[in-house]
Design a protein around this ligand. Structure first.
Ligand SMILES: [Zn+2]
Length: 234
């Protein structure tokens, strides 16, 4: 008789490569309570989704952990790289800090930027250089503007004493305001067009009036001139 195989998550010793990539000083700079990590092997084979990090919904986790590809911290084809391990971890932590439904948009990008800016340098890499278009990919054509917004707010927040959680709450609030502002953009553009059209019309009307008065003056001068000429002849 076969029995059902049972699995459970157990706490293991932190892999040395991960400890090296995430020293206690890093969390001081991030102003973040360390988020636990579950190391897993991604599914292999055809059609398997490829990932090196995942942030499952918190309600499906045991203690709010994020998931990293176990191969990141193992010596296989190459030695584990602290900057890569840290970048994947920070990306997943940024997801954990944002409320559900934020995906890879401007708000998530701003949170990720705050963490990467605070992380500073690892292996001579400025960690924020690890941010890519992928972090903003849900924005579609709006990526340049989303990045500009996220860059501005992250530069403001990164040097502050606010905790990472407080930064997340502020980003969410500012993002809501920004989205409202963006939603009204079409109306503002329409109003600008109408104002420009009204100004053009006013200028045209003025030119028309000036032209008409010029003809009147010319006519008046002609009459006066003719009157003078007649008087001379007489
Ligand atoms: Zn992601």
């Amino acid at each position: 008789m076969t029995s059902v195989r049972a699995l459970r998550m157990v706490e293991v010793e932190t892999p040395p490569a991960f400890s090296e990539a995430t020293p206690p000083e890093l969390f001081e700079r991030l102003r973040l309570v360390p988020v636990p990590v579950l190391f897993q092997r991604p599914p292999q084979g055809r059609g398997a989704s490829r990932w090196i990090g995942v942030c499952p919904h918190a309600r499906y986790t045991e203690i709010g952990e994020v998931v990293l590809d176990a191969r990141l911290v193992e010596t296989a084809l190459w030695e584990p790289r602290a900057d890569l391990i840290q970048a994947v971890y920070l990306h997943e932590v940024a997801h954990r800090l944002m409320p559900e439904g934020y995906g890879h948009g401007a708000a998530f990008g701003a949170m990720s930027l705050v963490l990467h800016l605070r992380a500073g340098k690892t292996n001579d890499f400025l960690m924020w250089h690890r941010i890519t278009v992928y972090d903003f990919c849900d924005e579609g054509e709006n990526v340049p503007r989303a990045f500009a917004w996220a860059w501005k707010i992250s530069l403001e927040l990164a040097p502050t004493e606010r905790t990472a959680e407080e930064c997340a709450a502020l980003i969410v609030a500012e993002h809501t305001k920004w989205c409202t502002w963006l939603a009204g953009e079409e109306e503002r553009q329409q109003a600008r067009h109408e104002a420009a059209r009204a100004t053009t019309q006013a200028i045209e009307d003025r030119i028309k009036r000036l032209k008409e008065s010029r003809w009147l003056w010319a006519l008046g001068s002609l009459i006066l001139g003719a009157g003078g000429a007649i008087r001379l002849l007489l």
